[in-house]
Design a protein around this ligand. Sequence first.
Ligand SMILES: Nc1ncnc2c1ncn2[C@@H]1O[C@H](COP(=O)(O)OP(=O)(O)OP(=O)(O)O)[C@@H](O)[C@H]1O
Ligand SMILES: O=P(O)(O)OC[C@H]1O[C@H](OP(=O)(O)OP(=O)(O)O)[C@H](O)[C@@H]1O
Ligand SMILES: O=C(O)c1cccnc1
Ligand SMILES: [Mg+2]
Length: 498
Amino acid sequence: MTSPVFSGLYRPSLALLTDLYQLTMAYGYWKRGLHEREAVFHLYFRRAPFEGGYAVAAGLALAIDYLENLRFAAEDIAYLAGLTGSQGARLFPDDFLAYLGKLKFTCDVDAVAEGTVVFGNEPLVRVQGPLLQAQLVETALLTIINFQTLIATKAARIRDAAGPHDTVLEFGLRRAQGPDGGLGASRAAYLGGADATSNVLAGRLYGIPVRGTHAHSWVQAFGDESQAFAAYADAFPDDSVFLVDTYDTLDGVRHAIAVALDMRQRGHELGGIRLDSGDLAYLSQEARKLLDTAGLENVRIVASNDLEETLIASLKQQGARIDTWGVGTQLVTAYDQPALGGVYKLAALRTANSQGWDFTLKLSEQQAKTSIPGILQVRRYLGDQGQPRADMIYNIAAPTPLPAAPTILDPADATRRRPVRPSAPFRDLLSPVLRQGQLVQPLPTLAESRVFARQEVNSLDASIRRFLNPHVYPVGLEQGLHEFRTQLMLAKRPVRLA
Ligand SMILES: Nc1ncnc2c1ncn2[C@@H]1O[C@H](COP(=O)(O)OP(=O)(O)OP(=O)(O)O)[C@@H](O)[C@H]1O
Ligand SMILES: O=P(O)(O)OC[C@H]1O[C@H](OP(=O)(O)OP(=O)(O)O)[C@H](O)[C@@H]1O
Ligand SMILES: O=C(O)c1cccnc1
Ligand SMILES: [Mg+2]
């Protein structure tokens, strides 16, 4: 497969993009003959980022590209052969490395589509297959999905603040967490709701529209705004946006207007002006008046300067006349919460006789952090308008079938339960993506996932989308699963005498 997901940055092999312990466990499983025992892992986060009410799932296409191309190249094997432990002995023997050298990813993967709105504790990805393989991919899946989901969610919030009609441009590459952080952020920002990026490599790799204006240095290089604007218009007569705040912003607007009227004489129209400092509400209103008075109603006003969703919402509320929001640092670094705490937990293991399943969990002092055993699916119940009402996590391999009218229990407080109407419409969020390592059907394009993400966010109630103290969307465990998990917790919890 030639999809250029990680471009030339890391190709040809990402097999070593992992934590060492995945490889030491792989060897240990192989040595014990446990490597092919069938296992089920789930990837999920516990809390939506940014104190928000939801997240936008993202990164699946990158994760699938990684899985489909997972191979240990000869150079990878040679590197692993040279690794030694604290006593100087080799970590990995040749017969194990020969096994790794032939390894291909043959697991089944089920996942929520990119762009789906998701909530804490819901599996976004389920991996089922040989224990060694399903474990090995943990770190790469997490680094891909955590960051993509984080930035797509930030972009969705920024899009919500800007509203459906304004343009959002992602300008973050210079402040991103390195080259791959920048590339990945541009992809996720577009998926989550940005209209275009200034990042040209992201444009080329992912087909994102590329857009931009010019820098202050352009004006400084000419020393004179009118000359600088005229020169830019000469180079790009139909694609000019002038940055007006190098010296005095409103003087800059006047200079832009003079050049724009000159352009009009030649049959061209100025695209916009950009404000990058000062009071953006006041300056955009004044600039709008000056432009409109000059007959330049269609010249757009772009704003940039450390923008993020609450600032954009505030500027809107102040009556700012901004049509296009250039957002960099805050978006691509997820400045207010720079990591999503997604985890990858083992939830089921075939019994030694291969007949049944051992459902397994990781206990935690905090009950909410105890993992959920089973082979899990998420059922989203919908209202009359198709709007999400409540999500139920259930075990598709439970010994007893799902009741026709199940009850959903809040895992943090089992006294909070909601029965489901037997006729309530629903959809199951996880769908088959890989079967034995092979793609079941082509994944949606990035542009398709972007449209889907917007539909998804728009389907949520405003109370869940708001930035300040959003409502908690109901996510719970199906009653049978809750009871089973509680039993398992009691069985595993050591009894300590008081
Ligand atoms: N009307 C406004 N209400 C709230 N915040 C605003 C408003 N106008 C601008 N801001 C924000 O205030 C912050 C500071 O902007 P300001 O232009 O004062 O300083 P600056 O970034 O140092 O500018 P400069 O580029 O001139 O150094 C920026 O994040 C900007 O987006
Ligand atoms: O503010 P951000 O959301 O990151 O958007 C990108 C910023 O990058 C550019 O300038 P840069 O920050 O390099 O210099 P400046 O602050 O002096 O304008 C641009 O003018 C924006 O201000
Ligand atoms: O094109 C722009 O205006 C731009 C690009 C990157 C960063 N800031 C602004
Ligand atoms: Mg800046």
